[in-house]
Design a protein around this ligand. Structure first.
Ligand code: GRF
Length: 316
């Protein structure tokens, strides 16, 4: 399977970037580092990346608006065909536009046990507070600083006599272990059938009177004592694919969808013209869109009274 393409943004030493890069040298690592970029052309990490044969990019932020600089970095990420961004000591506050473009695909490492001690001087604050442990967190980046969903953490014991420097040094060791592991898990999950089924399940069961059964070994969602509106096809006859099957209006819509994007949409065997297969394992699934597909499919099979109630609720 193709490795996920990761770009790392740094501002300084880049030891976390180095940890990500060396972890990526393992043949079974699910990601590769395609770019190391920085707002600081002097960042030591750039030289290391170059020596390791990884493409680098630097553009100073001085004299530029935040929007303009983020735009330049974004273009460099796109040019490298980046799929995921790992922030590793990237000392810039990001614009909501930039963050929005990488939603769910941009990770950061922060040297505290979030939600504790967002921002700077984390170790000093942990010691001052008399905490038994400091640590580090890898989280998804959202517009709010150090605030996105935490994907993984490591606790690091605070020793008697620890200074912020001695603690920082130990936390850094933990960071170097944590970041590659969490990044690997994160890039893999969008191809992991269990995770994909769970995403569909969450959305399907949120629809009124929906339930789940197994049908021909497939997770199948229907209206209680009523018709089915969605199936998840997992490795059907060993095809290695994970896909959602939902109801559509008929052959015309089916052909249109397949013509529009033949890698994503397909005619599901045995289901006929009234259904469409939508690949979930391509790594770029728009889950809001999938939610819409489920809802439309639910509406097409829901008894009139139930569908009417939903429409009435939507009108508010
Ligand atoms: C790390 O402590 C990281 O948690 C924080 O910035 C530091 C970067 O260090 N976000 P390095 O450049 O990876 O050595």
């Amino acid at each position: 399977m193709a490795k996920a393409r990761v770009a790392v943004l740094i501002s300084g030493t880049g030891t976390n970037m180095a940890a990500l890069l060396y972890a990526a040298k393992a043949t079974d690592c699910p990601y590769e580092i395609v770019l190391v970029a920085s707002n600081n052309p002097e960042a030591a990490g750039l030289k290391l990346a170059e020596a390791e044969g990884v493409a680098t990019f630097a553009h100073p932020h001085k004299g530029l608006s935040r929007e303009a600089h983020d735009g330049i970095m974004h273009d460099a990420l796109l040019a490298a065909k980046t799929e995921f961004v790992a922030l590793a000591g990237y000392m810039r506050i990001l614009t909501p536009e930039f963050v929005g473009k990488w939603e769910g695909r941009m990770l950061n490492i922060h040297p505290s046990l979030l939600p504790k001690y967002k921002g700077l001087h984390t170790h000093e604050r942990a010691i001052e507070a008399g905490d038994s442990h400091g640590g580090c967190s890898v989280h998804l980046v959202t517009a709010e600083l150090d605030d996105g969903p935490v994907l993984g953490q490591t606790e690091v014991a605070i020793l008697p006599g620890d200074t912020e420097h001695s603690l920082a040094a130990r936390v850094l060791i933990a960071e170097h272990q944590l970041y590659p592991r969490i990044l690997a898990a994160h890039v893999s999950r969008e191809r992991d059938p269990d995770w994909l089924v769970a995403q569909v399940r969450e959305r399907a069961l949120a629809l009124p009177e929906a339930d789940e059964v197994a049908s021909h070994g497939m997770p199948c969602f229907g209206i209680i004592k009523g018709k089915k509106f969605a199936y998840v096809s997992v490795d059907h006859h060993g095809d290695g694919k994970t896909a959602l099957l939902v109801k559509i209006s008929g052959a015309e819509e089916q052909n249109q969808l397949i013509e529009m994007d033949e890698d994503r949409y397909y005619r599901p065997a045995y289901f006929g013209d009234g259904w469409i297969g939508i690949r979930l394992d391509l790594g770029d699934t728009d889950w809001d869109h999938i939610g819409e597909w489920l809802r439309k499919s639910w509406q097409s099979v829901a008894p009139k009274k139930l569908a009417g109630l939903m429409q009435a609720a939507d009108a508010f």
